[in-house]
Design a protein around this ligand. Structure first.
Ligand code: MOS
Length: 772
């Protein structure tokens, strides 16, 4: 389609895109009008499900004693592997797993096998939640327990080289150049090991499902998911239904961070329970169950070898990762990707090792791969700087990658040098004492650290529909989700500018498979894909109106060529003679139509087979789009104060500057970077789930024991964006900021801790015991 007008050129500065508009859904949320997935309580005959889970991590179910539980008032059913309705497909075999797009190659309640602690072994359904909970407590499950394997550190664990890790793209072993020889002959050689604790996503809203069979072959599911379409695909495949027979609705989300990016067992178990009892069923995971139901960031150790010249230029990077996976899947976060491209280095090698243990499959957790990968790389860059007496920022500039070292491609845009310069200026980096352990504030040790951030612009596509009414309002729709980060708000802004309407006149709807398909809100793709879809849908509206006008004898534009007509502030006019034209409402009124619908497809990211299919930000650059590597970049600067007697670390100042293409809303974007950075500070200083090595059970599965930063732990944070125009990525020039906010954060903190104390902690989280 002819993209006219080009948003990139014509979007007036006075437009609403980019402005710090308050959340359009803010009022609904604070007044309780916003309905989350476990709040559809008016469904007729709704009953409640509770999961009974296994305490043992490995074994075989030998029997159930349901008698006491079944006698309780209100109990509707107790479902186990013996009586649960059979599915058309399960993820238990590789083909089924592929068809479903399941995160885990095992579905509980399909056999008597127990593979991990917290695995559901029964679903108890009752008329109230309390009755279901009580009955579940009376249900006795006999399990013949065996000795589990808890992690790759278990002496019984067997390490293996996966050919591929589960993202399907990352090879188990990658080599570029001649890394071993380059490392062996390097003037400077560093070899360090980095450990990362298990992290859980811990979104405020736990996973929940409300399943309603409206007919034997028609299902509606209210689901706490980051993607309604992906959930629809998984459920319809498992149930043997067509996609149209399964509707998935997610109007609001209380966070996800990756754990709601896939369809986990509790969802299909709730759907099956609803089928079995013939009534709508609701299930909400408890907070402890959130630690064993929706994945986690895996326990992992990385070894990074860095070869460099005496003036600090990298000559070799050799990365090895060892991590724990489940009995069925080869999942590992792809840590090596960022190490392969962040700095200019000709020789690179990465390998992955996995060990099977009695745990559920781990999954993407905010900035999967980039977060722990950047921890290893950015701490090593700091080590290199100290060893050579070079400023940590200067050493990064000496290794600045002018093109993507992993592919040789030019960057579509890269504002990293501006991020470094602006961040350093805001932070006062030039005043830094080069010596570690040499700055005090009273009895506290003061340290400054920094790190680089980067995140790819992943491939994605989406669709949207825009309906413009002659009375000057519009309804715009896309089946996207809003994690709470602002999709509703920013898409309203994009639609308002693209349709030349005030924001109050635009309603944006999302979160329903009845709407045009959109991708998961994950991998930082939603903002770019959906905004481009909305923009394209608006262009479709204008194209249709232009066609109406030029065929209408009464229009001043009659017989003009459509390509000669431009739209300015809702007025269709001749490009060559703007005086000649008329308002869109006048055209619609004469044609006696009250509204007009446009549809748009937004393509996003690099690597399309047909790069020209992508509606790029600048249409004149379309042909070149496929040749570019597309990434966001940024820099974090951190100050910590460390108590030398207690070993406590407090982050006291924070500056982040990012170049991430067009920023759609200054306020929600700033909030998202703050949120992601706090997520990173959590993983740096507090967050760790402890798995008992004998029983393979988590010992701190609650928010009382799984520590996350609270307001008192976080200082005022300074966040800025570089004004960056990327002509290649998509029609809106939006790169997305969900993940980059966390990348490099843990390293910036660890580097500041080193600067404060002279002690390098390479094990996350950096708890007081590791400092003392
Ligand atoms: Mo994000 S970890 O891709 O939901």
């Amino acid at each position: 389609m002819d993209i006219e007008p080009n948003f990139f050129e014509t979007n007036p500065k006075a437009g609403i895109v980019g402005q710090p508009l308050d959340r359009v859904d803010g009022r609904a949320k604070v007044t309780g009008q916003a309905k989350y997935s476990a709040e559809f309580n008016q469904l007729p005959g709704l009953v409640h499900a509770v999961l009974k889970t296994s305490d043992v991590a490995k074994g075989r179910i030998t029997g159930f004693d349901t008698s006491a539980a079944m006698k309780q008032p209100g109990v509707v059913a107790i479902l186990t592997h013996q009586n649960l309705p059979k599915l058309a497909k399960t993820p238990n075999d590789p083909e089924g797993k592929k068809a479903i797009g399941a995160p885990m190659g095992f579905l509980p309640l399909t056999s008597d096998q127990v593979h991990y602690a917290g695995q559901p072994v029964a679903v108890v359904v009752a008329d109230t939640l309390e009755r279901a909970q009580y009955a579940a407590s009376l249900l006795k499950v006999q399990i013949a327990a065996e000795t589990p394997i808890a992690s790759y550190e278990d002496p019984k664990a067997q390490l293996f080289d996966p050919e591929k890790i589960q993202d399907g793209k990352t090879k188990g072993h990658t080599v570029r150049g001649n890394p071993q020889a380059a490392f062996a002959s390097a003037a400077i050689q560093l070899t360090h090991k980095y450990d990362h604790a298990i992290n859980h996503h811990s979104p405020m809203e736990p996973g929940s499902t409300t399943a309603h069979w409206e007919a034997a072959d028609r299902l509606t599911v209210y689901e706490s998911t980051q993607g309604v379409s992906r959930t629809q695909k998984a459920l319809s495949a498992m149930l043997g239904l067509s996609a149209e027979q399964v509707r998935v609705v997610t109007k609001y989300l209380g966070g996800g961070f990756g754990c709601k990016g896939s369809t986990w067992p509790h969802t299909i178990l709730t759907v099956q329970a609803a089928k079995a009892v013939g009534r709508p069923v609701k299930l909400a995971l408890t907070r402890p169950q959130m630690f064993t139901s929706m994945g986690h960031r895996e326990d992992q150790t990385q070894t990074l070898k860095v070869g460099a010249t005496k003036d600090g230029k990298l000559t070799a990077l050799i990365h090895e990762k060892t991590s724990t996976t489940s009995p069925w899947d080869n999942y590992a976060e792809p840590n090596s990707k960022i190490i392969n491209l962040l700095y200019a280095c000709e020789n690179f090698e990465a390998s992955y090792q996995l060990a099977r243990a009695n745990v559920m499959t781990s999954t993407f957790t905010r900035a999967p791969g980039e977060a722990p990968g950047s921890f290893a790389l950015e701490c090593s860059m700091d080590d290199l700087a100290y060893q050579l007496g070079i400023d940590p920022l200067e050493i990064r500039l000496r290794n600045y990658a002018e093109k993507d070292p992993s592919t040789g491609q030019a960057w579509s845009s890269k504002s990293l040098k501006q991020c470094y310069a602006r961040g350093a200026e805001l932070f006062g980096w030039s005043k830094r004492n080069l010596k570690a352990g040499a700055t005090r504030d009273g009895r506290l040790l003061v340290g400054w650290g920094m790190a680089t951030a980067s995140y790819p612009v992943h491939n994605s596509q989406g669709t949207a529909r825009a309906r413009l009414y002659a009375d000057g309002h519009a309804v715009v729709q896309s089946g996207a989700t809003d994690l709470g980060t602002g999709t509703y708000t920013v898409m309203t802004q994009v639609a308002a500018d693209a349709l030349f309407l005030p924001v109050e006149k635009v309603r944006f709807e999302l979160g329903d498979t009845k709407l045009p398909t959109a991708p998961n809100s994950g991998g930082s793709v939603a903002a770019g894909t959906v905004s481009s879809s909305v923009y394209m849908a608006a262009q479709d509206v204008w194209q249709k109106l232009i066609k109406l006008a030029v065929l209408d004898k009464k229009s001043p534009l009659y017989k003009a060529k459509p390509t000669e007509v431009a739209v300015e502030k809702g007025r269709l006019q001749l490009k060559a003679n703007p005086q000649k034209g008329e308002d869109f409402a006048a055209i619609m009124k004469r044609a006696e139509i009250s509204d007009i619908e446009g549809n748009g497809q937004g393509l996003y990211g690099s690597g399309y087979e047909d790069a020209q299919a992508a509606a790029n930000a600048d249409p004149s650059k379309k042909d070149e789009a496929g040749d570019h590597s597309m990434h966001s970049f940024g820099a974090h600067f951190c100050e910590v104060k460390v108590d030398p007697e207690l070993g406590t670390v407090r982050v006291t100042r924070w500056v982040s500057v990012h170049g991430a293409g067009r920023i759609l809303n200054a306020k929600t974007a700033r909030s998202q970077i703050i949120g992601g950075s706090i997520f990173g500070i959590g993983s740096a200083l507090m967050e760790a789930t402890h798995r008992d090595q004998n029983f393979s059970r988590y010992t701190n599965a609650s928010l009382a024991d799984y520590h996350i930063p609270v307001n008192a732990d976080i200082p005022d944070m300074t966040v800025e964006f570089i004004d960056e125009k990327d002509p290649y990525i998509n029609a809106m020039g939006v790169k997305g900021i969900g993940e980059i906010s966390m990348v490099g954060v843990a390293a910036a903190v660890a580097n500041a801790v080193f600067h404060a104390t002279g002690k390098r902690v390479r094990s996350l989280p950096i708890t007081p015991d590791k400092i003392l």
